[in-house]
Design a protein around this ligand. Sequence first.
Ligand SMILES: NC(=O)c1ccc[n+]([C@@H]2O[C@H](COP(=O)([O-])OP(=O)(O)OC[C@H]3O[C@@H](n4cnc5c(N)ncnc54)[C@H](OP(=O)(O)O)[C@@H]3O)[C@@H](O)[C@H]2O)c1
Length: 275
Amino acid sequence: VLSQAKVMLVGCGSMGLAMIKGWASAGVGDKHYTIVTPHESSVMPLRAICDISWYASPQDLPRHDHPDLVVLAVKPQSMDKVLKDYKTYATQGAIMISVAAGRSLDSYRPYLGETAKLIRVMPNLPVAYNKGMTFGYACPSIESLDLSLAHELFSCLGKMLWLESEPLFDPASALSGCGPAYLYLLADSLTQAGIKAGLEPDIAETLARQTMIGAGVLLDHTTDSAQILKKKVASPGGVTEAALQVLEHPETGLPSLMINAINAAVKRSRELANG
Ligand SMILES: NC(=O)c1ccc[n+]([C@@H]2O[C@H](COP(=O)([O-])OP(=O)(O)OC[C@H]3O[C@@H](n4cnc5c(N)ncnc54)[C@H](OP(=O)(O)O)[C@@H]3O)[C@@H](O)[C@H]2O)c1
């Protein structure tokens, strides 16, 4: 079904580009996508991997276009002025999916109508390589066939899960929406620590980068928890354990820092949602 689905993307920035790359590798929509985004240069990197019908504005879209899914990927603050142009598709029965951070489903109703099939999702950038984590929440009235089509659309980009209630978007976003940035910080901190310990910068960066990649692949290939994997590296009284004693310090260690970081992200997410 997914290979036949007609997908329209509105907004082709970092996230739009990443999703289309992932969908093209998975053969979604037979590798044909309609993209509305102001500048053609945004879609140029995609031309080599899939077939794009590009439109600078919704007014240019052909009247006979009937997308099955419209994915809204503009900045949250641009959404209000964009939405009114897409009500036609919502009325025609297209599934309307927003990836915008901090916007509740209710905020789309005035623009897209009471009957719109609305879904809100939060992917992360590894969707470009079909290793993304996406979570979502659908309006309760959505039919199961529509929900399963949306599920397929994001499952093929990595993993997809549905939240039981919309307020859970804030903590879930703090984990997986923002998460790649935390891991890049870790990679950079490892590199900097390696340099301080005497390594050449390029050697330290290669060691840190490949270690992160390899550790990620191991996580991908086992059902062992991260705690168990950690124990497999750290033998009692050994070198790793010496480092972990610092990193796991009850007051200053990473676990308590991470709690503070996630709390800060959740707080900011709620502030943005409340305008
Ligand atoms: N980046 C992430 O990691 C991430 C993660 C989860 C969710 N999101 C969500 O994804 C959405 C997009 O974020 P982003 O990081 O991809 O931002 P971005 O790189 O700024 O992309 C936004 C895109 O929308 C285009 N655009 C602006 N006005 C438009 C209009 N009227 N019609 C159609 N397209 C329009 C922009 O075009 P020009 O730049 O050419 O003007 C740009 O290509 C946001 O709502 C964000 O909350 C992002």
